[in-house]
Design a protein around this ligand. Structure first.
Ligand code: CA
Length: 332
């Protein structure tokens, strides 16, 4: 495939702390040779592993963005052994708009990997991350939350991997991150994600879900800040052992199949029966779906099809047919 048209306005191989920009071509009506700037921070010192930490893959997920800004300000190059690459607002147009999808090309950035140097803005940027940044890395973590639509118990998220050695190394990284939950899953559509791109390149990698509802949750921010530093300690880039959170070691869980999801059968307004984090039972009421278009009809009751922990809930009130309103996790 052709080379990337993206230019890094810093030296990825340089030492010390560099705060710079990626210059991504973006042709507009009034600026045919226009470029969109994406912030990047590189800290390097001596020899050691390279860790890439990313946030703002989806623009309406804030814990990761703020945790990486904090890391960019507070990390000193002399405490680093190796290299840390930070993209605190990776899909910058979506971050600036506070939206999941791009206001430029309508793309979900995490459905654009491995990207295309001749594609839309999001595809060009994804191709750069995959082809220029990932090959430098030993470890990668992409920090997500639930966004405007969902609220999720703070969790590191890894894929179920067929290679037992990679699975062990991934779980060790998740243990080090130290979120209250580590969730191992086979995703609905994992192929075009950054996490899958990192896995294809043999990099030990994690994603996460660290809250949601389109707001910054202070407790989840503390978990994310500690977790980001813990990953650097685990990699050996920072000295010392990972810190365990006040809730203790991470609880390993899984969402084994689609039977652990509750989906809305029609459009409506979702009234949940239980708050996030409730222990729920198969057959119990999950909530009711109200249909404003039919005032004479009763709301539609939905039930859980599995027993476990209510790990993810619908946050936005309005749902469309086919949207998940609840996801249940069980212990691994
Ligand atoms: Ca996300």
């Amino acid at each position: 495939m052709a080379g990337s048209p993206v230019v890094a306005e810093l030296d990825l191989g340089g030492s010390g702390k560099q705060v710079g920009r990626l210059r991504v071509p973006l042709s507009r009506d009034d600026s045919g040779w226009g470029t969109q700037l994406v912030p990047i921070v590189v800290l390097a010192n001596g020899s050691g592993p390279t860790v890439l930490l990313t946030a703002g893959n989806h623009g309406d997920e804030y814990e990761g963005q703020v945790a990486l800004l904090d890391l960019a300000r507070s990390l000193r190059p002399e405490e680093v052994r190796g290299r840390v690459i930070l993209l605190p607002a990776m899909h910058y147009p979506a971050c600036a708009a506070g939206k999941r999808l791009s206001p430029i090309d309508g793309r979900d950035f995490n459905r654009c990997f491995p990207g295309d140097p001749f594609g839309s803005f999001a595809q060009v940027l994804a191709h750069y991350v995959d082809s220029a940044l990932l090959p430098l890395c030993d470890m990668q973590m992409d920090l997500h939350s639930g966004g405007t639509g969902m609220d999720i118990l703070p969790s590191a998220v890894g894929h179920a991997l067929d290679d037992p050695d990679m699975m062990t190394r991934t779980l060790a990284m998740a243990d080090a991150f130290g979120a209250p939950i580590t969730l191992v899953l086979r995703e609905v559509n994992a192929g075009p994600t950054l996490l899958a791109s990192a896995e294809r390149r043999g990099i030990v990698a994690l994603s996460s879900e660290l809250g949601g509802g389109g707001r910054l949750h202070p407790e989840n921010l503390a978990i994310t800040k500690r977790g980001a530093r813990n990953v650097l300690r685990h990699a050996g880039v920072l000295e010392g052992a990972p810190e365990v959170g006040p809730y203790g070691p991470s609880r390993r869980m899984t969402v084994p199949d689609m039977g652990h999801y509750v989906f809305a059968p029609v459009d409506g307004i979702w009234e949940a029966a239980d708050p996030l984090g409730t222990d729920v039972t198969a057959g119990a009421p999950a909530g009711r779906l109200h249909r404003t278009e039919d005032p004479g009809a009763d709301p539609i009751p939905l039930t859980y099809a599995a027993t476990g922990l209510l790990w993810c809930v619908r946050f936005a009130g309005r749902v469309k047919a086919g949207d998940p309103v609840a996801v249940i996790a069980r212990d691994l």
